[in-house]
Design a protein around this ligand. Sequence first.
Ligand SMILES: *[C@@H]1O[C@H](CO)[C@@H](O)[C@H](O)[C@H]1NC(C)=O
Ligand SMILES: [Cu+2]
Length: 327
Amino acid sequence: MKGVVRVAAAAALTSLVAGHSIFAEFEVNGVSAGKENGLRLPTYDGPIEDVTISAVACNGGPNPLVKFSPNVIDVPAGAEITARWIHTLDTDWRTGLIIDSSHKGPIMVYLSKVDNAATAAIPSGGWFKIHEEGYDSSTGLWAVDRLIADRGYKFKIPTCVAPGNYLMRVELIALHAAGNYPGAQLYMECAQINITGGGSLSPATVNFPGAYAGTDPGIKFNLYTSPISYTIPGPRPVTCGGSTGTTTTRTTTGAATTTRTSTTLSTTTRTTTTTTRTTTAATTTTGSSSGGAALWGQCGGIGWTGPTTCASGTCSVNNAYYSQCIP
Ligand SMILES: *[C@@H]1O[C@H](CO)[C@@H](O)[C@H](O)[C@H]1NC(C)=O
Ligand SMILES: [Cu+2]
């Protein structure tokens, strides 16, 4: 197979995509559950870019979920969670790369109630947001900037959430290539938790896929504008009896909670995407390194120094920053 070029043009630019990331560990009130414990993990650290596929709920798809923790982690309602993203599963969060600093964007947390978090199929429905942080114009910092600076990201489980098992979807969106859709990079994994104590919250819910559309201003967004005004995608976080505190900072309050019927939209979008890929994949070149990238692996993009050919599949340009081996 041939590889995608663009590398020549890209070489003049700085590296922007050396760091994908995985949410691979969390703490409950300062105590780690253990690396990879209580999580459903891929080993590949790539993003989800198509917001219409089922993998937008808890990852999978192009980044197959292959590591399933058998454990459910107890989390008291009201607890402070610290989420640790790491560049790859081999990274030490204390010393290693968290995520490339180019990957600026919001962080959000959702829950969906399940009978048994260790064994439940990933639900498409029942999701409600408990936390969000976008861009703070007073500090000039994105949620991801704070994650990188703090080597972890803290948020609270609302005190009124009903007790029981949940999948906890912790999501970071990198906007460095989000000027076109697909382009935003969604990095999420789901934790298996058992909320204890709590209240009787019965929130409105959204679906994944469904909660986001490629046309959302928080998904298709030009990061390189000034001043920045960013609308966090999805519904607003739940509140407990009017005492909020779950929303950190953001400059723009987003559109109201929406339940989308995404069938028509997703069909259109996917057709468009396929067309684009077919077109751009024709730009190929010679000469590149050994064996090539695996199916679904990265094979090009600005700053990419890995293989530019595919051992399996065809190298296709998703956007300037990311080419991928597709079947
Ligand atoms: C969840 O926590 C409750 C309260 O401690 C406990 O009774 C229950 O067995 C736990 N369930 C699971 C699945 O861990
Ligand atoms: Cu990346």
